[in-house]
Design a protein around this ligand. Sequence first.
Ligand code: PMP
Length: 430
Amino acid sequence: AQEGILRRQSLRESAARTYARALPIVPVRARGLTIEGADGRRYLDCLSGAGTLALGHNHPVILEAIKKVLDSGAPLHVLDLATPVKDAFTTELFATLPRRLADDARIQFCGPAGTDAVEAALKLVRKATGREGLLAFTGAYHGMTAGALAASGGATDVRVTRLPYPQDYRCPFGIGGERGAEIGARWTETLLDDPKSGVPAPAGMILEPVQGEGGVIPAPDAWLRRMRGITADRSVPLIADEVQTGVGRTGAFWAVDHSGVVPDVMVMSKAIGGSLPLAVIVYRSGLDVWQPGAHAGTFRGNQLAMAAGAATLAFVRENRLAERAATLGARMLGQLQGLAAAHPCVGDVRGRGLMIGVELVAPDATADVPPPAPDLAAAVQRECLRRGLIVELGGRHNAVVRLLPPLTLTDEQAVAVLDRFADALAAAER
Ligand code: PMP
């Protein structure tokens, strides 16, 4: 059955299909960290729906919440009408927000995908400021619809001014760390303040507190506070894209919580829907300039996603899974750094919480920073799969192996994941 399904899909699906190419498996059952293929093989899933499954696959509290809605006879589709399910989700979500935002926040249900919420955020700040231009960052990923795409790294759009995202490894200024980040911040100030720079007053700045698809690059907290200061001083709304970093993933409920930065707009999706599609923006009420009907969409009221999402948010909060992600993530990062010391093909290991990246390089004794090795990264991914471990690739050169395990990962599972990864690395290197 598995071979037939894979063959038919590869013939019928668009050439754009992505994950399916690198992961030729046919999942038929899943629970927690584990996926079972149609051929009976089991895999440890450290892709987690690209960071969506905070509680892993089919967590009992999520299944229970979904069944409860189904059994209650509640309508599954009511556009954006108020329902008890929506009320419960909103209450739960607001309880997780930074205090200063929660006290004065509005929520707009977008959806169904992260990219839809990004579009809504860009549209909102443009309307609120009456300005067009956006500030976005190198290596950013915000989605695949026109506005989100334009704000993503590599895209060119006259309305988007690209600023350097701070990075230690391959720092564009060659100095790395907080000093490199500070230079980037000053560069941003100069661009905004010098009339000769040609950068018009922007409608907003959009950033990821940790770049995910860009290769797991955590921004220093000090830099985030600098960006908050720079934007606040110039009345430029700051949009934090927490689509991937949210709901405990980085070791805080929201990644901005690490720095204490309170953005004007937060973009949320992935984990907030507890495996089902859901996307919202939350913003300070002062930005709520929209006329009734100014933003719409048929699928903004997914009741099952809201119920699954509320259960997820409550479970993460009650079980302190953000703290768990911080401690377990730090331990795994340390172990991977140990592995890197023994493998010259590992150029860098970085991350925050359970958002971890391992950058593979072609060892080159003459280079300060060796060139990225996308082919080796693909080989590591293949060797991982052969050993029953699912990982994702990312980064600007596609040379970063990404680990995004569920926050429910146990100590024993973490050991199994790292053992398989170490074996795969050794095999790919040969
Ligand atoms: N923003 C970020 C930071 C993301 O990581 C993603 C998805 N990887 C998106 C936006 C887009 O979300 P979606 O794929 O659901 O449209």
